[in-house]
Design a protein around this ligand. Structure first.
Ligand SMILES: [Fe+2]
Length: 256
């Protein structure tokens, strides 16, 4: 869980990234968009259940900020190892990272994640949130891109591709972009792979932070032996024989 101060400073980092990296006419539009939805987005979780990652108030912005930082660092690694990072701009990298999960916010009217009302699911499955049925289904990338375009925020072909495929091959819908065998059908930039790695890295770190401490709790000691002590316990046959009084019958059944 995050404190109110952490939620506030995460929001400042989020908007500073827009100020620092986004240029042109869309900078003000993007800032205006996030100002409009500030109250919703600042306290949004990154997922509806704890098994995923950052399923707590403020978890979304914390995750997005981590993806931005990881994307910038991953980009440096790719460049050092020889990737052609001139095929995209730093602005495209950061814009894609900032908006990669935007579709999780829901639509203009309704949030996607609302407090769980089913006590059993909350207690037993750790679902503090549930999907809002008022929001018609769309994949996270599709809804995110729709929200950007419906607010007049333009994005480049590279940004569209990176946001669309940020889940990598975890999403079968990305096969057409990422599993192509013909060289001309493969992405012409490493941006989608860099964003996917940054997102996976951030989500994994957030998963570890939530779950590894729980697995460190000592396991209750097991009983020394689960094997029945056959010497001290009579077999079914012995029990049956012991109930017979006639020696003749005992001898007869004992030979069976
Ligand atoms: Fe993400």
């Amino acid at each position: 869980m995050l404190t109110a101060e952490q939620i506030q400073s995460n929001w400042e980092e989020f908007t500073e990234n827009i100020h620092k990296y986004i240029t042109g006419g869309r900078k003000e539009k993007l800032l205006g968009f996030y100002r409009k939805y500030e109250e919703r987005i600042t306290i949004m979780p990154a997922a509806h259940k704890k098994e995923y990652h950052n399923s707590f108030p403020g978890g979304y912005v914390e995750h997005v900020n981590r993806v931005v930082r990881c994307a910038i660092k991953q980009c440096q690694l790719w460049e050092e190892e020889g990737a052609d990072v001139t095929t995209f701009t730093v602005e495209e990298l950061v814009f894609s990272a900032i908006n990669h999960d935007l579709g999780k916010m829901g639509n203009e009217e309704h949030e996607s994640y609302i407090p769980q009302t089913d006590k059993w699911r909350k207690d037993k499955l750790g679902e503090d949130y549930m999907f809002n049925k008022q929001v018609p289904f769309a994949s996270v990338p599709d809804r995110g891109l729709f929200m950007l375009q419906s607010h007049g925020i333009r994005y480049s072909f590279n940004e569209m591709l990176a946001i669309q495929t940020h889940d990598g091959l975890y999403d079968e819908a990305n096969n057409k972009y990422l599993k192509a065998f013909m060289p001309e059908q493969k992405p012409r930039t490493s941006l989608p792979f860099i964003l996917h790695q940054a997102d996976m890295m951030a989500a994994r770190i957030e998963f570890e932070r939530e779950w590894l401490p729980k697995f460190k709790n000592p396991v209750p000691p097991q009983k020394e032996s689960f094997i029945l002590n056959t010497e001290s316990k009579k077999s079914t046959k012995d029990k049956a024989l012991s109930q017979l009084e006639s020696k003749g019958l005992k001898d007869l059944f004992d030979k069976l």
